[in-house]
Design a protein around this ligand. Structure first.
Ligand code: NAD
Length: 271
């Protein structure tokens, strides 16, 4: 029997991409589509709203009205705090793609990992998670001798910066080099900045148009430079990864994954 998945934030860009990824999956299916209370989409057919043809699933405005095994949540930080608490209280594993948490919100979300299996990733694409692994190698080999800069670009509607993925890339590099990202990160430069300090990790952000997501980490040494780059051309790359994580969390259905905090590298066996 297919894993039954609920999607919160169904009316959003990722909500629709997730619906498409579930339609393409043999192992998971959409069982509930949830939008914020007061949305004009409540009661509409989820398949039609996602542009995939009628599927007979009426959109609801609360998880209490949804029937599902596992939740996939790509919404906004406070909504995810509430939705993860709901899942913990009701024993549903949860896949979280939302970015832009402050540290208190992130702690609140992670508290729920004591009660259910929770897979949190700033980026669910397979390629980006491979890049995380490549970054560890690059940082080990070149990190001490190179200036490290991270550049990311996203569409004009993105509300947080730098992207969660760029921050995760910075964390991988900083951790590998034994640095504390909070102390060494430089978010943009302007005016008389002085010369660059070797241990810093710089971030630059581009916003505009319909860019799905681009990240490049540069290791700039004397006489050579290595760049590890990823370009997403479709939201389906994130959505398919999130569906894969949902299936992974459900195990073989006889044994749902134990409560805990997992990420996409666990799902892909890269940790
Ligand atoms: P979006 O604005 O198109 O959609 C967000 C949806 O969440 C909307 O439908 C909105 O109504 C709903 N929502 C927001 N606050 C809510 C609340 N309080 N209660 C109920 N519903 C609420 O955004 P998007 O492009 O779909 O992205 C959603 C999130 O996923 C963002 O944080 C984004 O950065 C993140 N994202 C993560 C990945 C990844 O791989 N981890 C990939 C893409 C986007």
């Amino acid at each position: 029997m297919a894993v039954r998945v609920a999607i919160t934030g169904f009316g959003g860009r990722m909500g629709r991409a997730l619906a498409e990824a579930l339609l393409l999956s043999d192992e998971a299916e959409l069982s509930a589509a949830v939008v914020r209370p007061g949305s004009s989409l409540v009661g509409a057919d989820a398949g039609e709203v996602a542009g995939l043809g009628r599927n007979g699933i009426a959109i609801v405005d609360s998880l209490d009205k949804a029937d599902f095994d596992v939740l996939i949540d790509f919404t906004a930080p406070q909504a995810t705090v509430d939705n993860s608490a709901y899942c913990a209280a009701h024993g549903h594993p949860i896949v979280i793609g939302t970015t832009g948490f402050d540290s208190e919100q992130k702690n609140q979300v992670l508290t729920n990992a004591g009660k259910v299996a929770l897979c949190l990733a700033s980026n669910f694409s397979t390629g980006v998670n491979l890049c995380f692994k490549l970054l560890e190698i690059a940082a080990r080999v070149m990190g001490e001798d190179a200036d490290i800069e991270i550049v990311e670009a996203h569409h004009r509607h993105k509300v947080d910066a730098p992207s969660g993925t760029a921050l995760s890339m910075g964390e991988v590099v900083a951790e590998t080099l034994g640095r504390d990202l909070e102390k060494v990160a430089i978010y943009g430069r302007e005016g008389q900045t002085g010369a660059r300090e070797r241990d810093t990790i710089g971030f630059a952000t581009v916003r505009g148009g319909d860019v799905v997501g681009e990240h490049s980490v540069m290791f700039l040494a004397e006489g050579e430079r290595v760049e590890i780059s990823h370009r997403a051309s479709s939201r389906l790359s994130f959505a398919r990864g999130a569906v894969r994580a949902a299936i992974w969390l459900m195990g073989n259905k006889q044994s749902v994954r134990a409560p805990g905090h997992y990420d996409m590298r666990d799902v892909l066996g890269l940790n």
